[in-house]
Design a binder for this molecule. Structure first.
Ligand SMILES: *Cc1c(COP(=O)(O)O)cnc(C)c1O
Length: 383
């Protein structure tokens, strides 16, 4: 076959896949979105109040944090130039890692290129052929990716179901040398919390290593400094307002990760400006706990007004079930000036498509009240 025919078969393959996804309302498209202020975005030419950003503390727009990023860029340049293990380990890394370890009350910390890179690096670095991983079924996609990249056997336990986890460990723990339990601490699409103390007890009982992913907790949901959890990972890309992932753990674990973790070794270090922004953000969060408490307070005002179960984090799902109904609800809100993205399978299980509403410190109470009113009258109880 000539080159022409091969590229034709590739395009045919892509077009057929796209047509199927379109038919199932599962086709995803990128929409250019410009952040205009703490909560306003410009999307498809329309100004909207965003209830979809993970920028819970609006720190991506904070003047002091921007200034820190600019100053570091001026001093050290726009990129780190190499892997951290080569020449990319600029002086800001050590400073950030000490701050993270201090925040999480662990001996040490390691910063990665992103949360996704952290999970896809940490799990394979610790779990080998004779080992097993138990993952909560609603864990983030990169926890699954990291578990599958490891050479261990992967078991999935029902969401927050301690009996099911125990059953899996009862049956399987004896067959393996090491075992790891991995879960989101704040579930990214549901906003509920993992029962960390119970998980920690089960981990001890079965000699398993517990890792919690605090991507949506750090900075905004208290109790994230879980001294009893030996592996505490998370991201700098949400409430911290920048980019990057981290692991907080004991010194020997961090030393091992620094020498064996492939996504750390074979990927370029973060730009200095990004690391400087994270340092400034953590300082700001620690200096103003009242401000950091606002997103959860606003989420709770919202769940109370709608008669939903009390929010445990700044993430509130409104589960619609059908993908088409969810897309329609999202479009309706857009017409009313709100950006609330529809979340569809495979990001969430089949038949659980939902609106995912996230709250930030800067959301106005009046805008939340208007959002509640529209959801109440036009989405949950349409006439
Ligand atoms: C967003 C998210 C990640 C990925 O972090 P990035 O820094 O965006 O790559 C990992 N885990 C959870 C639970 C997340 O929500």
């Amino acid at each position: 076959m000539g080159r022409r025919d091969i590229s034709k078969s590739l395009d045919e393959f892509a077009n057929a896949k796209l047509a199927t996804l379109e038919q199932q309302s599962l086709l995803r498209r990128l929409s250019e979105t410009e952040r205009l202020s703490a909560v306003d975005v410009l999307r498809d030419g329309k100004r909207l109040i965003s209830f979809s950003c993970n920028d819970y503390l609006n720190l991506t727009q904070h003047p002091d944090i921007k200034a820190a990023a600019i100053a570091a860029t001026e001093q050290y340049g726009t990129g780190s130039g190499a892997s951290r293990l080569v020449t990319g380990n600029h002086p800001l890394y050590g400073k950030l890692e000490r701050k993270l370890a201090d925040l999480k009350r662990t001996e040490d910390a390691c910063v990665f290129g992103s949360g996704y890179l952290a999970n896809t690096g940490i799990i394979p670095a610790l779990i080998g052929v004779n080992d097993m991983v138990a993952v909560d079924e609603l864990s983030h996609a990169c926890i699954y990716a990291g578990s599958r990249l490891s050479a261990g056997v992967v078991h999935v336990f029902r969401h927050n179901d301690l009996d099911h986890l125990r059953e899996i460990l009862d049956t399987n723990r004896g067959k393996h040398r090491h075992a790891m339990i991995v879960t989101d601490r704040v579930f990214s699409m549901d906003g509920d919390l993992a029962p960390v103390e119970d998980l920690s007890r089960i981990a001890d009982e079965f000699d398993a290593w517990l890792m919690t992913d605090d991507a949506h907790g750090i900075g905004v949901v208290g109790g994230g400094d879980q001294g009893a959890v030996p592996l505490q990972m998370g991201t700098l890309s949400k409430a911290i307002g920048g980019y990057g992932g981290y692991l907080c753990a004991s010194r020997p674990v961090i030393d091992l990760i620094r020498t064996r973790c492939r996504t750390l070794i074979y990927s370029t270090g973060l730009p200095p400006g990004v690391v400087a922004a994270a340092i400034a953000a953590i300082d700001l969060i620690r200096s103003d706990p009242e401000y950091a408490a606002l997103p959860l307070q606003k989420a709770r005002a919202f769940t109370e007004a709608l008669g939903l179960a009390q929010a445990e984090s700044p993430i509130v799902p409104i589960i619609m079930g059908s993908t088409d109904r969810t897309l329609e609800a999202s479009r309706l809100l857009q017409d009313e000036g709100f950006l609330v993205i529809a979340i569809r399978p495979p990001t969430v299980p089949e038949e659980t498509a939902r609106l995912r509403v996230t709250f930030s410190a800067a959301h106005e109470d009046a805008d939340i009240a208007r959002l509640v009113d529209i959801i109440k009258t036009k989405i949950l109880a349409p006439s």
